[in-house]
Design a binder for this molecule. Structure first.
Ligand SMILES: [Zn+2]
Length: 72
């Protein structure tokens, strides 16, 4: 059952992943959210649903991606 999500990262690793360009880049290239693997991925490598659950710290890390200051 858990295999389905085996490529997704743990929720607790989101902050680290957002600060790791390769992680975000990979999610964007695959077109899948790096947490839940939803295909509706944003520029931050997360889907809208996961973006909505980010903490302030995580949102801060995601902001450069969302605003296009970090480019692939
Ligand atoms: Zn997601």
């Amino acid at each position: 059952m858990r295999r389905y999500n085996s490529e997704g990262i743990d929720r607790g690793d989101v902050l680290l992943a957002l600060n790791t360009r390769e992680r975000v880049r990979l999610a964007r290239r695959k077109g899948r959210c790096m947490v839940c693997l939803s295909p509706n991925v944003t520029a931050a490598g997360l889907c809208e649903g996961c973006l909505a659950t980010l903490t302030d710290d995580e949102l801060e890390a995601a902001r450069p991606w969302i605003e296009g200051r970090e480019v692939c």
